[in-house]
Design a protein around this ligand. Structure first.
Ligand SMILES: CC(C)(COP(=O)(O)OP(=O)(O)OC[C@H]1O[C@@H](n2cnc3c(N)ncnc32)[C@H](O)[C@@H]1OP(=O)(O)O)[C@@H](O)C(=O)NCCC(=O)NCCS
Length: 162
């Protein structure tokens, strides 16, 4: 089945929350505290994503979904920050080009340079390098009582589609 990228609707919030919880548990095991992953709640995430979809001016920006019959992945991009704020593909749908499609769609939406943050140790760094991103500044953030390192990846607007 083909994959379509489109802006998210409120009715997608529950499916997005399902992909969010499943992908975090799969991708962040060993990177984030296990109690954080165990404590993820689909119901809370559904509320959070519904709020984000309703308010594209808020921190996460505009939410997009990749649809393949269900929700195969999602992402969000903030024009104000020039940043891709989230990008997740369901584990069983990874390595089929969906992450790249979402990335390019959001880069077009941003209409300018693109940046995003990648957590230290996240294999997604390899994906972003494959898409031409350059690692830049490294910073630490305090989350869940821990110092987490992360690197900012950047793309000048002209090289987004190369
Ligand atoms: C990172 C992620 C979004 C990539 O999505 P995907 O749909 O699997 O990626 P694609 O199939 O579009 O891959 C595009 C290219 O990147 C390569 N690639 C994908 N993941 C890679 C990885 N972890 N390391 C190196 N290369 C990778 C693919 O092989 C493909 O290469 P090609 O040009 O030879 O075809 C997905 O793996 C994911 O959701 N991971 C968990 C959550 C996460 O870490 N999100 C990012 C938060 S910053």
């Amino acid at each position: 089945m083909g994959v379509t990228i489109r802006p998210a609707r409120e009715a997608d919030a529950e499916a997005i929350a399902g992909v969010h919880v499943e992908t975090w548990r799969y991708a962040y095991a060993g990177l984030l505290p296990q109690e954080v992953l165990d404590g993820l709640s689909r119901r809370r995430q559904t509320r959070r994503w519904r709020r984000a979809i309703r308010d594209p001016q808020a921190e996460l920006g505009q939410v997009f979904v990749a649809e393949d019959g269900g929700i195969a992945g999602f992402g969000s991009a903030s024009r104000e920050a020039g940043e891709i704020t989230t990008l997740y593909v369901r584990p069983d749908a990874q390595r089929r080009g969906i992450g790249r499609m979402l990335f390019h769609h959001m880069a077009e939406f941003l209409e300018g340079p693109v940046s995003l943050w990648v957590l230290d140790g996240n294999p997604a760094a390899g994906f972003y390098e494959r898409l031409g991103g350059c690692p830049g500044v490294h910073a630490t953030v305090e989350r869940w009582g821990r110092e987490l390192g992360r690197t900012r990846y950047c793309w000048p607007a002209v090289s987004v589609r190369s």
